[in-house]
Design a protein around this ligand. Sequence first.
Ligand code: NAD
Length: 361
Amino acid sequence: MSAPDRDDSIFSQLEAFGHKKVVYCSDPDTGLKAIIAIHDTTLGPALGGTRMWAYKTESDALQDVLRLSKSMTYKASIAGLNLGGGKAVIIGDSHRDKSEALLRKFGRFIKNLNGEFITAEDVGTNPRDMEYIRMETQHVMGVPESIGGSGDPSPITALGVFMGIKACVKELYGNDNLAGRSVIVQGIGHVGEKLVKLLRDENVKVYATDINEDSLGQIAKKYGAEAVSNSKIFEIDADIYAPCALGATINSETIKKLKCGIIAGSANNQLEDEIVDGRMLLEKGILFAPDYVINAGGIINCYSELMGFSKKRTMQLTENIYEATRNVLKLSKCENISTIEAANKIAEKRIADIKKVKSSY
Ligand code: NAD
């Protein structure tokens, strides 16, 4: 049998991920090369950030956008939002290749989707870029507060992670009082710093680490946290590990070293291998709060902006992360499956249930 040509291979990838639509955006005049992936719109319009990254190959860009858009479907579903999952990637160096014209052209591609896809900022894009996209289409969230947007989502994301930590503590210790517990916060950027504050306000012992030693020293001093070296974190005997920097920090090597009973942080895709590492954590008795369940604050912020921003509603939806995490932990325990498998099951069930509602009279 002959090898599949490039088109066949793209279609088979779409089928494997279960995507509804993928749009290739090309404009030689502005240098725009982008891919918009719409994974599922059962619950509502597909919402997802636009990432700008210098991918080595177009195939890498496609893989990334397919993977990321699928996880947005699950994140929106489990957060109880009426949103589907989507994502966009612009191929290029965000420092060198970005321009107003490129972003506005990209905005026109989004406009042509008539609201099926709504975007927001992500790695390599910022609120100013969203303003340019907004000049061509209304289907963009996360614009600055000064022009009616919801602004920086990090405080909301940190609050969601904090609620996720509380839910795990309740499961493990019988009550969700955090005073006297200890947490390692890895990465004290936008989300991590806010999380350190929330934890310190509840008298939690915080070990903070970051590759940026200057800001680590300053933030540790500001909140009364203990600064630790990144290479030492797995030696610390803390109750909770909160990864708030990069993905894939949890793998077969680090799981062997972990001394904590709970992992709950904001970083996306914390497990190097969802299936293998998820099961390993289950067997070791470490409670893992799936990242997409507890870091949904960003998408909640955008949803709230879409619905006509209300601080109160945003807070309510974010506080619901406590219950969502509890449900995941309960199902994991009841069916002896990893927490990530439990989360996926809950997210998929909601979509399947609503699909039935929409197909009936
Ligand atoms: P950020 O860039 O502001 O902060 C990341 C911090 O991690 C930086 O201070 C950086 O120096 C540090 N860091 C990088 N590599 C490190 C390493 N190897 N060890 C220790 N520290 C390291 O990012 P952020 O907005 O705070 O987001 C943090 C994580 O949460 C990211 O994975 C992001 O995708 C995810 N997330 C963020 C939001 C949000 O609202 N900002 C929403 C959902 C998910």
